[in-house]
Design a protein around this ligand. Structure first.
Ligand code: ATP
Ligand code: MG
Length: 180
């Protein structure tokens, strides 16, 4: 499985629809300061279900929506689609390509789509979790994260180890069933 493409529209500095494609192996995004490189990694986190505005370097979730520039007005909706190549069937879904879309309106209304069909955040999380992707699976390591791991408390470090050992999904499922 690998990240095949990413399309942003109205997300942070990407007012216009912008698509980028990636190849298997290492891909590098380069550009001048402030050109939107970190916004690209924010978009990946966001479409994978990130719920914390702070993790996306904002104050409120609405900050992901293009807020206008001297050249153009703000937009009302942010949308990101990420396409994963699943021809090796890493993801437990019967498609060789999996597109995940997240959309958010200024009203706060939010929706997810999996291959174009409406889905819940929980569905997105379930598809991604066993693959080692997803928001808490350390597939994205931001600046400062390594420091916080080194300085973390034993309980926090345990969570990391459980994640790596693939145990945490069972804990998540147990907690979910206890809530019902
Ligand atoms: P550096 O090399 O300094 O890390 P970068 O390429 O990672 O830079 P980003 O942090 O991705 O740059 O982009 C910053 C730009 O995105 C800023 O100009 C900021 O104003 C713009 N930006 C962030 N959120 C929004 C938004 N909601 N609407 C419009 N522009 C935004
Ligand atoms: Mg940056």
């Amino acid at each position: 499985m690998y990240l095949k493409s990413l399309t942003l529209k109205g997300f942070k500095s990407f007012a216009d629809r912008t698509s980028m494609s990636f190849d298997p192996g290492l891909n590098v995004v380069v550009g001048p300061n402030g050109s939107g490189k970190s916004n690209v990694s924010d978009a990946i986190l966001w479409v994978l279900g990130e719920q914390s505005a702070k993790m996306l370097r904002g104050q409120a979730m609405e900050d992901v929506i293009f807020s206008g520039s001297s050249a153009r007005p703000a937009v009302g909706v942010a949308e990101v689609t990420l396409v994963l190549d699943n021809s090796d069937h890493t993801l437990p879904i019967d498609f060789s390509e999996v597109g995940i879309t997240r959309r958010m309106y200024r009203s706060g209304e939010s929706e997810y789509l999996i291959n174009g069909a409406p889905a819940r955040l929980m569905d997105v999380q379930d598809i991604l979790h066993d693959s080692g992707l997803g928001k808490d699976t350390h597939s994205i390591i931001s600046q400062g994260k390594l420091d916080s791991i080194l300085q973390s408390r034993p309980e926090e470090r345990r969570e990391l180890i459980e994640e790596a050992a693939d145990i945490s999904k069972h804990r998540r499922r147990k907690e979910r069933s206890l809530r019902k």
